[in-house]
Design a protein around this ligand. Structure first.
Ligand code: JCF
Length: 796
């Protein structure tokens, strides 16, 4: 029952709520730095709404319940919406046993429509409620002319330039039949994958990551520089229309959405129709199950009475329609307390700070740990032990600490600092230059890394050792029974029984074996059998199982199919690995570095000796042939000025690195390499280290080339070269020289042009020599020509 006069406690409480909500609005809308979980915000808002409903004198025009979002400030021009942008009433889950109790607000919404319109089971247009930024797009004669944020619903900000950069927004309408003036409303969102990528980059670069995808969308649109917006991976979905002039739309919302799709707007593929309360709840559940696998965040579903006539009849309460409602899912953000901050050591030694939390339900899952990503992130958020924090869980990703609730920070907290040593093995934690992560330098000395490496090795997609779970691996490492994956293959039934006895002793539990009065060993026999069975593997699985940094399943497959055998993979240096598709410098270096470690090679040898075999080894891929060669090696060396044309020339001339080195700078120039490039290459090769690395790579390439299936006829050494011979030669006639050069694949031309590779000038050379000098074409002597022919086995 509403009462006219509020007691002083209610007046005071309302004031506190209004201040807190207004502050949260400001932080969220203006600063883009929200400090309160959505669920908490909703709770405060509902409490205030309830108070104002109960005591009529509490209502005031400046209450946050009277508006739906803070007015935007500065930077952008104002846009008065021709048709106000609506907000939606919310329905949350309540306590209760039946659907009608739990979803009382939806039931009330639906019943009210049934009663007002005197219709049974009305039809609704239903869709996911996207968690982004609402905007309005104005089209005149089919052309996008203005885009605005929702602002407070009546007045928004002109963000036309930024919206133009969003590729999902049509700049011109497709099809036909659109009204002369059409306003389309919808939501700009940042898909979750794009958000993760953005944040990973930001963190690696030591920049401030986005708090959530919605902030990503909002912040991107409010950039003053559209070029910044353009770089953000934003998406857009249309869900309503505003002003319409000079044309008509269909009679129902669902048909209008279909039209919008025809006119080039993205409309959520999940849009559907549903009938009556049961239909709405069935849709709510269906989307709820899909929620985590959708590519973007949603916070509920929207139900809209489908026919416009019915909508008109239902009308509005303040700014929210009575014909539509947002049915919200339980929040994916919650507030809880940080009890400790610990370091977790991963398989490759990466040290990740993790917050141990007072357990809290987030979106239906109990969360006790949340990642803090890295030391920079902890510093940026200033998370301290004892802090109240907001944890968020999006999709299937690990829950993370989104922010600290500073107002609730207890006294005497201290900033958190990354420890200097590994909590597991005591080795130093080191930070690579330019990287955000600290790593334990202990390698396989570190039990944490050993455990992770073994768990990975045994995992289903790697060696697939059925039954060897985390607990057994923990025990095997703890009791020093296994150091490397190779040790697994030496385990016997007795080893496992002994491991179990040690674990029971440690836990103080009565050994099961004793309880049963005999030694039960079936489980151990099964484990030994699984280990035995895992020996018959495949090369990609094995390479993946080794746990080489940056080598996922797909890189493992690339290595296996292109190189064919483990022998090639384990002996191929980085510059050669680099030629494989999708293998960049970082990945190539990581693979080569792994196999450069004698310890790793020893583990591989031991695994092979234990009987690990691959069903799929073979020759390298024939496609590799085009990617091998001296030119590829020289390209990888990145010698200044030595471009692909020169390296191709050199590769044609010299069939080995030795031949290239022996020929020397002068001959390279004769072959057609520009002076500066040749000089740089000579300088490069004079460095013993460079030369040794190139030799290694050359040897590996040769080995691979030799293993390739039957060789196709190879190109002639001077193919693509054009020479001009001028003047009189002493040792050979011009025709003879021409024939020999042509036999090597070169062209011999009668006149000099820019395309000429080089000119051989004999005695009394005339105009051709001048022309060559004028064009900067290299000029060589007769002796050079003889040397060139000799080198290729056609000496005069
Ligand atoms: O996805 C949304 N966030 C969303 C918001 C979808 C809708 O169909 C909406 C909305 C806000 C107002 N429809 C209205 C009328």
């Amino acid at each position: 029952m509403p009462q006219p006069i509020a007691p002083p406690e209610a007046v005071e409480r309302a004031e506190i709520l209004r201040r807190r909500i207004e502050d949260a609005n400001y932080r969220y809308h203006v600063l883009d730095e929200p400090d309160i979980a959505d669920a908490d915000y909703d709770r405060l808002m509902r409490e205030l709404e309830a108070l104002e409903a109960q005591y009529t004198d509490l209502a005031s025009d400046d209450s946050p319940t009277r508006r739906v979002g803070a007015r935007a400030t500065g930077g952008f021009a104002e846009v008065v919406h021709a048709v106000p942008m609506l907000s939606l009433g919310n329905a949350f889950e309540q306590d209760g046993d039946t659907d009608r109790e739990k979803y009382r607000e939806v039931a009330d919404f639906e019943r009210r429509i049934e009663q007002t319109l005197d219709r049974k089971a009305p039809v609704f247009s239903v869709e996911p409620k996207l968690d982004g930024l609402a905007i309005s797009l104005r089209y005149e004669d089919g052309v996008f002319v203005q885009g605005a944020t929702r602002g407070d619903g009546a007045v928004g900000e002109d963000v036309t330039a930024n919206l133009r950069t969003v590729k999902a927004i049509p700049l011109r309408l497709r099809g036909t039949g659109w009204p002369r003036v059409l306003e389309v409303r919808g939501e700009v969102i940042m898909p979750r994958a794009a958000f993760e990528v953005f944040n990973e980059r930001a963190r690696a670069a030591g920049e401030k990551p986005l708090a959530n995808p919605r902030n990503g969308a909002a912040g991107s649109l409010r950039q003053l520089d559209p070029a910044v917006t353009a770089k953000r991976p934003l998406a857009f979905f249309a869900y309503a229309v505003g002003r319409v002039e000079g044309g008509e739309l269909p009679d129902t919302h669902s048909a209008t959405l279909a039209k919008l799709r025809d006119w080039g707007f993205p409309v959520s593929p999940e849009v559907d129709t549903a009938t009556g309360f049961d239909g709405l709840i069935a849709y709510f559940r269906r989307i709820g199950e899909k929620r985590n696998s959708l590519p973007y965040d949603i916070d509920g579903v929207v139900y809209k009475l489908d026919d416009y006539a019915g909508q008109q009849e239902m009308g509005f309460v303040s700014r929210a329609p009575r014909w539509a409602i947002a049915h919200k899912y339980p929040a994916q953000e919650q507030t809880t307390k940080v009890e400790a901050i610990e370091i977790q050591i991963g398989r490759t030694g990466a040290a990740t700070p993790v917050a141990r939390l007072t357990p809290v339900q987030v979106g239906g899952v109990t969360v006790t740990n949340a990642t803090l990503h890295n030391a920079d992130q902890v510093a940026r958020l200033d998370v301290r032990i004892g802090d109240s924090v907001i944890v968020r869980r999006a999709g299937d990703v690990i829950p993370e600490v989104a922010r600290v609730v500073m107002e609730r920070r207890p006294a005497n907290t201290v900033p958190w600092k990354m420890p200097s040593t590994c909590p597991v093995c005591g080795s130093e934690l080191l930070r690579e230059e330019g990287a955000a992560a600290y790593r334990c330098s202990g390698g396989l000395i570190c039990a944490a890394q050993r455990k992770e490496a073994l768990i990975h090795f045994a995992s289903r997609r790697a060696m697939d050792i059925d039954g060897l779970g985390d607990r057994f691996v923990d025990a095997l490492v703890e009791f020093d029974m296994v150091h490397t994956p190779a040790d697994l293959y030496a385990l016997t039934v007795e080893s496992f029984v002994r491991m179990k006895a040690l674990a029971d002793e440690r836990d103080g539990s009565i050994p099961e074996t004793v309880k049963q009065g005999r030694i039960a060993t079936k489980w151990a026999e099964n484990l030994v059998a699984s280990i035995e069975a895992s020996k018959r593997s495949t090369l990609p699985r094995f390479l993946f199982a080794l746990g080489i940094m940056h080598i996922g399943e797909s890189t493992a497959k690339t290595l296996a199919t292109w190189l064919g055998s483990l022998e090639h993979v384990r002996h191929t240096p980085a510059p050669v690995l680099r030629v494989l598709p999708d293998i960049g410098d970082e990945v190539a270096t990581s693979i080569a570095a792994f196999f450069e470690q004698e310890g790793n090679q020893a583990v591989v040898d031991k695994l092979l000796a234990a009987g690990v075999v691959f069903a799929d080894e073979g020759a390298p891929s024939p496609k590799l042939r085009d990617r091998l060669g001296l030119d590829v090696l020289l390209d990888a060396a990145k010698v200044p000025k030595l471009g692909p044309k020169s390296t191709a020339t050199l590769a044609k001339h010299y069939d080995s690195l030795d031949a290239l080195v022996k020929a020397g700078e002068h001959q390279w120039i004769v072959a057609g390499v520009p002076q500066a490039a040749a000089t740089n290459l000579a300088t490069y090769l004079a460095d013993a280290e460079h030369l040794a690395a190139l030799r290694d790579a050359d040897t590996a390439m040769r080995r691979l080339a030799a293993a390739l299936p039957a060789k196709a006829a190879s190109a002639l050494p001077l193919e693509g070269m054009t020479y001009v011979i001028t003047g009189t030669m002493e040792t050979l006639k011009r025709d003879d020289a021409t024939e020999r050069l042509e036999s090597l694949g070169a062209k011999v031309a009668g006149s000099v042009s820019k395309k000429t590779t080089g000119v051989f000038a004999g005695e009394a050379a005339g105009s051709k020599l001048d022309k060559a000098k004028e064009l900067g074409v290299p000029v060589h002597t007769e002796a050079d020509l003889v040397a060139l022919l000799t080198q290729h086995g056609v000496a005069p």
